[in-house]
Write a protein of this length. Structure first.
Length: 262
């Protein structure tokens, strides 16, 4: 895998298959994603897209095949170890701590990097106090960069839906990832919110030096920002290419976009 790392590949899914009983959810799936790319994964409902994400982030261990991140085989690692290694994700349904403030939601993610002991925290020892102050400063800086600093003291559950989505992404960014997985980030958004999200995703990719792998059903978003798209159907990869190539691919049109799609 060293050659692939040198060639700029940050994530490799190497002939990954996962079975649940007699059901093959993902079958012999392979994919290389290069550092800095913005890659989309699309397909019909139930095609296996989120299962692929769950394999990458350690929720599922594949029946066969490997997951390679930055040259290391992370197949079967626990989700917390994968997050610490530099992979973060969001989910189809917003999963904020709605009773906590916007800032506290970001601070929760930073606990992954804290080094102070439980006793230091319990007794408010100087090392913990300093680390907590630094975490709050970083959290506010992050909220400033994503346009949520003015809402830091608001309860997360009181935010409009589009801002909740943005906060969920900010919370993922707080773990200092190098690879960010976005699972249907535009779900439930209106066209104006989606347009703002498209700009936001492109901006954070550049500003935070990220590689982004996203699942999305909103074709305007996928075709508008993804540099490369992989299409999966019934757990099997059926096409890959640029947005223009995918839009004109007969297999994709039949399986996902619909026969009358322009």
């Amino acid at each position: 895998m060293e050659a692939r790392t040198q060639n700029g590949v940050i994530l490799t899914l190497d002939h990954v298959t996962i079975k649940f009983g007699g059901l093959v959810a993902v079958n012999d799936f392979s994919l290389d994603i290069r550092k800095g790319e913005l890659v989309g994964l699309i397909g019909p409902n139930g095609a296996g897209k989120t299962t692929v994400f769950n394999i990458v982030t350690g929720q599922y261990t594949p029946t066969s095949g490997r997951v390679i991140f930055e040259g290391r085989d992370i197949t079967g690692w626990r989700p917390d170890l994968i997050a610490a290694a530099g992979i973060a994700r969001t989910f189809q349904n917003v999963r904020l701590f709605t009773g906590l403030t916007v800032l506290d939601n970001v601070l929760v993610s930073q606990h992954l990097r804290l080094k102070s002991s439980f006793l230091s925290a319990a007794f408010q020892l100087p090392d913990y106090v300093k680390e907590d102050e630094d975490a709050r400063a970083r959290g506010m800086d992050l909220l400033e960069r994503v346009g949520l600093a003015g809402l830091a003291k608001e309860q997360a559950g009181s935010l409009p839906y589009g801002q909740q989505r943005r906060l969920e992404i900010a919370r993922a960014l707080a773990t200092n990832p190098r690879l960010l997985l976005l699972d249907e980030p535009a779900a439930g958004m209106n066209p104006e919110e989606t347009t703002q999200l498209m700009r936001f995703i492109c901006r954070i990719r550049d500003e935070f030096d990220l590689t982004i792998f996203l699942i999305e059903h909103d074709m305007r978003l996928v075709m508008g920002i993804c540099e490369r798209i992989r299409v999966i159907d019934y757990g099997v990869s059926i096409a890959e290419g640029t947005p223009q190539e995918i839009q004109s691919n007969p297999r994709v049109i039949a399986a996902y976009l619909g026969e009358e799609e322009d």
